[in-house]
Design a protein around this ligand. Sequence first.
Ligand code: PLP
Length: 431
Amino acid sequence: MSIAETSPAAATGGTDVRAELLAADADFLWHPWSPSRVNPDTVLAVSGDGCEIRDADGRTYLDAKSSGLNATLGYGSRPVIDAVAGQLARLMTYDTGEGANEPAIRLAERIAGLTGPRLTRTFFCNSGSEAAEAAIRIARFYHAVRGERQRGLVVSFENAYHGATLGAAASSAGASPVSAEFTPAGFVTLPGRTDALRDFLAGQGDRTAAVLLEPVQARGAHQVPDDRLREVRELCRRYGALLILDEVTTGFGRTGRMFGYQHAGVEPDLLTTSKGLAAGYMSLAAVTTTEHVFDTFDTHRKQAGFVHGHTHSGHAAACAAGLAVLDVIERDGLVANAAARGTQLLTALDGVRGLPFVRDVRGRGLLAAVEFDGSPRASLVRRRMKEDGILVRRTGPNIVIAPPLIIDAGRTDRIAEAITAAAEAAADLKT
Ligand code: PLP
């Protein structure tokens, strides 16, 4: 795809147009998560191809953060673009609240083929936050309709990130400095140790609706060890709490398995997915659950069902994107590629591990992080990597590396070399 196709003004106008766009950006666009009006570091992307994006100055970057960890197929994936364009021309969408459309039905069926045999029922929404919100409501509703209204508590863990809407943010209290200001009642944040959960459930298990966690945390690639995930599963079963696994970032291949939970051989009661589902080509998210949970609504609520949904739940073009994304993942063996490139990346980062100001190097598949001795050094490393043509994400003291799953061996080595060079160059920072 040429720059002219995607952004004629930025493509043809050179630096004047870039300057004008950045001025308008400063005046009109409210960036998520960004406190400032003017960010001199803004990458004004105008086109993308594979793992690379080009900015308005004509500079090319290797996008080792997959946009917002969502561009799992990289940029310009023709089968996905064609599927979306075809669906938009045929029928952009039709409301799945009162009706249905073919892509939504087919995608729900396709997901069941990947998550089954227990997780077979999918509710669509539009963002990871909405998926967390829906899962929390399903969990509370589930217990309430079974006559256990007292089960309202939702347990999550320190450093988790589940989203920016009310319940999702309340479940991310450890990750966000502002969420405490508007945390509603009924949300509990625990340290990430099994004994903390065991102790909590021993006292409050009969008041707990759900336990919510990411198999690998997006904010720094902290991994829940497989045996711990199995213990959490068992504790939830013992105390009757539903287990919600947030695979908004890890779902659809990123960890080297189709889903992160498959490493541990456990299944959640509710699974949330989003980023890799439509891979950034459309906005789409899903909550996938068991027939048991679904039937509970059907049995107890008769026609009322789950009183929850969105105008764009099961948007036809978004679901068409999801189907095409799954085709590409399967056709190109991208789950296996994520596993192989992830192993290569961690091995190549061995040298960084030895640096005195590096606290940890960790990862699973293509969700990896290098943790430094503080945010300033991590910021410096991120900036140096950008100067070197590689975009990574910084969260706190971590540099998070999460390139598209299509990445090849050469680019994987380039990322490792760039972070090694940037980390060595950041050695002299006085913290
Ligand atoms: N859950 C996880 C694990 C995430 O990484 C994110 C986003 O970064 C979310 C939920 C929220 O998703 P969204 O930004 O689409 O609302």
